[in-house]
Design a protein around this ligand. Structure first.
Ligand code: NAD
Ligand code: DAU
Length: 347
């Protein structure tokens, strides 16, 4: 079976590709990625010569190229992760998010539909989405699969739009699909623009830790390998036309998370207790900052038996160890363009 994974050189995609390549020798995994600033083939060095794996460099917004690719490989199943994924970047350049997340998804949907419209049996378009499409919660409550969409950032609006198109193609053309909406991921290979890897990198380098607003924003954190396992389960056992929420049952206020991170980093770096906390700096808030995300992941737990396998403390420990052991990876991704982005965002 030929499976197309888009965005497989990114953070979550690289964990999904590794899991599928290792677990399913009978599948051929084609990893299509444009290698934007967020894509990195170093993430997949250990599996790049596996016989059931191929990398294709290409852009999902290039319609001619995508149609040719489907004609050549007739992908029976697609796991679509490629996206612009960082909220802060969506605030400065929203159009880039519409191009990749909406138009790019449409181009893939059309190519998939046109390839299989006469026989959709045993085919699947699996769309990876986010809990941010539901907007924000107050102090209580959880997002369920039936919570209304209410996106607040250009990023979440573009993801919501792509979700709607996937569902519309299911209703209109009978296209077989599943969608999962996941909470905040963390773990190895995450680009250091997102909270946890950015702060790990800054602590290593004794740089300020820029906490937005008062730091009382809440996110639900999930270890990336647990997300990849959930994707595997939904891919094989998810009901067509359904949505599954995936989350860590693990809510943290940003400021509490940052303090835990500082504590673990001090221990690992042999610094004096409280040394890294001194780096915490409250900075201007993110515009339209969602107060709280929290996922009710009981459906995937009940129907597919999935639950997170590691506690947050364990996952964070493994994550910090990985960044400390992979300083070369960190050095490569934080050179060049990264410095320009950092200056624009934080200075
Ligand atoms: P990422 O930014 O780390 O990776 C995105 C990948 O997509 C990169 O490899 C990039 O090169 C590629 N890409 C971007 N534009 C492309 C284009 N036009 N054509 C082809 N490839 C392109 O993102 P991530 O954090 O791994 O997220 C993956 C998916 O999961 C996204 O759809 C995101 O919305 C979703 N998601 C992420 C999280 C999270 O916490 N990171 C949580 C829930 C859902
Ligand atoms: O909820 C799922 C989403 O989680 C995914 O769909 C997105 O792709 C992913 O980027 C993530 O979005 P967030 O905006 O929640 O993640 P981020 O790491 O950017 O920020 C997490 C929280 O930390 C948020 O409340 C903003 C805050 N923050 C972030 C950065 C980068 C800071 O206080 N300072 C920072 O420098």
């Amino acid at each position: 079976m030929n499976i197309l994974v888009t965005g497989g050189a990114g953070f979550i995609g690289s964990h999904v590709v590794r899991l599928f390549v290792g677990q399913y020798p009978n599948y051929h995994i084609f990893n299509l990625d444009a290698l934007t600033y967020a894509g990195n083939l170093e993430n997949l060095k250990d599996i790049e010569s596996q016989p059931n794996y191929s990398f294709i460099k290409g852009d999902i917004t290039d319609e001619v190229f995508i149609n040719q690719l489907f004609a050549k490989h007739t992908f029976e199943k697609v796991i679509h992760l490629a996206a612009e994924s960082h909220v802060d970047r969506s605030i400065t350049d929203p159009l880039a998010f519409v191009k990749t997340n909406v138009i790019g998804t449409m181009i893939l949907l059309n190519a998939f539909k046109n390839t299989w419209k006469d026989n959709f049996s045993n085919k699947l378009f699996y769309h990876i989405s986010t809990d941010e499409v539901y907007g924000t919660l107050g102090q209580t409550g959880l997002f369920t699969e039936t919570t209304s969409y209410d996106p607040n950032s250009p990023y979440s609006a573009s993801k919501a739009s792509s979700d709607h198109f996937v569902r519309a193609y299911g209703e209109t053309y009978g296209m077989p699909y599943v969608i999962t909406n996941c909470s905040n991921n963390y773990g190895q290979n995450q680009f250091p623009e997102k909270l946890i890897p950015l702060f790990i990198n800054n602590i290593i380098n004794n740089k300020p830790l820029p906490v937005y607003g008062d730091g009382n924003y809440t996110r639900d954190w999930l270890y990336v390998k647990d997300h990849a396992v959930a994707i595997d389960l939904v891919f094989h056992q998810g009901k067509l036309g359904e949505t599954y929420n995936i989350g860590g049952f693990n809510e943290w206020k940003n400021i509490d998370l940052v303090k835990l991170l500082c504590k673990q980093m001090d221990e690992k770096l042999g610094r004096k207790k409280g040394a890294s906390e001194k780096l915490i700096t409250y900075v201007k808030d993110r515009p339209g900052h969602d107060l709280r995300y929290a996922i009710d992941a009981s459906k995937i737990n009940r129907e597919l038996g999935w639950k997170p396998s590691v506690t947050f403390e364990e996952g964070l420990n493994k994550t910090i160890d990985w960044y400390l052991d992979n300083e070369e990876w960190l050095r490569h991704v934080t050179s060049g363009e990264y410095q320009k982005y950092y200056q624009k965002q934080y200075d």
